[in-house]
Design a protein around this ligand. Sequence first.
Ligand SMILES: [Zn+2]
Ligand SMILES: [Zn+2]
Length: 267
Amino acid sequence: MDKEELNEHKVAEGVYGFRTAIANIAIVGGCGDSRDEWVIVDAGVPFSGPFIKRCAERVMGKGKKPIAIVLTHGHFDHVGGLKYLLNQWDIPVYAHKEELPFLTGEKNYLPPDPSVGMGLMSLLSPLYPRKAINLGERVRELPENGTIPEMPDWRYIHTPGHTQGHISLFRDTDKLIIVGDAFITVKQESALAVLNQTKEIHGPPAYFTPDWETAEVSIRKLHALQPRIALTGHGKPMAGSELTAGINKLVEEYDHIVVPKHGRYVH
Ligand SMILES: [Zn+2]
Ligand SMILES: [Zn+2]
């Protein structure tokens, strides 16, 4: 990857975003005590491990390894490359306490709701894996005070609703947010929008969101931070007035534009 190509993936200083088929990952520099280290946020769709490793080596240099992986949540399209990556690198994985049962084989996610969102991705959703993976001792609980080990410039915001232990990562210095699926910038229910990565702000992927009330509280938390740049779990990065207008709209018209009209988890 040459410099120009790399710049296309640069979201902000030290932060790079890459898309694994349908889901994004982030490579974040400026980590560790020395600020020379780096961390990977999320681990992509199944079989994306080798691709993620290649991306990381292109950004950070061949033979270099991250000091940790941080998960926004444990859905299959965010943990798919983990097994491969953890075989390559002996590093810890951090996740929120309430997400741990889904990462240690104890609990499976609730069944997806194919009736919401009106699109091919929704219709196919019963086929998506929802069985808990088991990371065993490799996964560690994030501290309760909001700090993230190895990421001194960052803190996490607990943003449940899409999953119980969902988090978003926030950097105060430039108000950059790595959102996960708390909100996204593509209509994930539509295969065509996903294919074209049509940029448009949306609530969490509907077929996989069981708690719309809590998801609203989480979006309000992120709105209150007034982020300037957002890298979401699905879709292209969004920044500036486009982002501000987008989040304002999500908050103001939540019941109309985010919550599905009916569905398994809509009350
Ligand atoms: Zn998800
Ligand atoms: Zn996702």
